[in-house]
Ligand binder design. Structure first.
Ligand SMILES: Cc1cc2nc3c(=O)[nH]c(=O)nc-3n(C[C@H](O)[C@H](O)[C@H](O)COP(=O)(O)O)c2cc1C
Ligand code: SF4
Ligand code: SF4
Length: 268
């Protein structure tokens, strides 16, 4: 089967997942590659047609060992009928735990056939210069591995006579998935350093959950914030921060214990 049309479907607040999916697509040999970006709040209400492309790459970041919750609820709005897919999670060099299995199960429930899986590494959302965790990743080696993954998917698909010949890929993970419902992060949020803020509005337009309103001041809906760090990493004035004693403690621990370089893993 040749892949003429490919769709990249992703939730990617700090864009590392998007980067990995684009690199995979570079090697799929498709005539057209379309993006279905589920990162902004419109993805909660837009009407999605049934997906009919030859191949789909579904990607999401790992939050607390699982697929980011916002990604799950947006992906659940998609429908397909036996469309072959690759499932890809991107994590911040700590661990991906049950996220890849969760994404693979979700894909199958939506009508995709997950024929390949990958866990890649991206700069940790909470990383800073002073508290690095996988800073600068994906780097050139990660990109090369993502392209190689694309090549392997392409040859697997080219060797198939019909989609009925393919079976679901096995990926690691446990059932039940790791529990995050009692997360200590639930009531935490990013905030604004008013003395630095220029009220430019950038953070309002890039917040994935519409938690920020910029008027005479920046107002954050603390219960809505998912701590994705998109506003923190993209504020041109450096005026958005996540500065909470408990989060600082967790991130210090992650930074200390996640310095050994993890490498991408693929499952075919
Ligand atoms: C709330 C939250 C929880 C996270 N949990 C994990 C985790 O369990 N393991 C890990 O290695 N990285 C974790 N990360 C880091 C992200 O998975 C990583 O930075 C990823 O590259 C972000 O993807 P994006 O750039 O597409 O938004 C977490 C990030 C956030 C914001
Ligand atoms: S992006 Fe930064 S400077 Fe612009 S409104 Fe938001 S907090 Fe203020
Ligand atoms: S306010 Fe929260 S959810 Fe919105 S961009 Fe900032 S960290 Fe992400």
């Amino acid at each position: 089967m040749k892949l003429n049309t490919v769709k990249l479907v992703y939730f990617s607040p700090t864009r590392t997942t998007k980067q990995i999916l684009e690199s995979i697509a570079d090697s799929l040999g498709a005539e057209t590659v379309q993006h279905l970006d589920l990162t902004l709040p419109e993805a909660d209400t837009s009407r999605f047609e049934e997906i009919r492309d030859d191949f789909v790459v579904l990607g999401a970041p790992v939050y607390e060992g699982r697929v980011a919750k916002t990604a799950v609820s947006r992906l659940q709005r998609l429908r397909a009928d036996k469309i072959p897919a690759a499932v890809v999670v991107v994590y911040g060099n700590r661990a991906f735990e049950d996220a890849l299995l969760e994404l693979s199960d979700l894909a199958e429930n939506l009508g995709f056939i997950p024929i390949a899986g990958g866990a890649f590494i991206g700069e940790h959302s909470f990383a800073t210069e002073n508290r690095p965790i996988a800073n600068g990743r994906p780097d050139s080696s990660d990109i090369a591995k993502a392209r190689d993954f694309g090549t392997k998917i392409r040859s697997k698909m080219e060797n198939l006579e019909s989609i009925d010949d393919v079976s679901r890929v096995a990926v690691p993970g446990n059932i039940p998935y790791i529990d995050r419902d009692r997360s200590a992060l639930a009531d935490k949020a990013a905030k604004t350093l008013e003395e630095k803020c220029t009220l430019c509005g950038d953070c309002e337009s890039l917040c994935p959950v519409g938690a920020i309103t910029v008027g005479d001041a920046v107002v954050t809906d603390e219960l809505a914030c998912i701590l994705c760090n998109a506003c923190v990493k993209n504020c041109p004035a450096g005026a958005r921060v996540i500065d909470d004693p408990m989060i600082n403690k967790i991130v210090d621990w992650v930074s200390k214990h996640s310095q050994a370089r993890q490498e991408p893993e693929i499952f075919m």
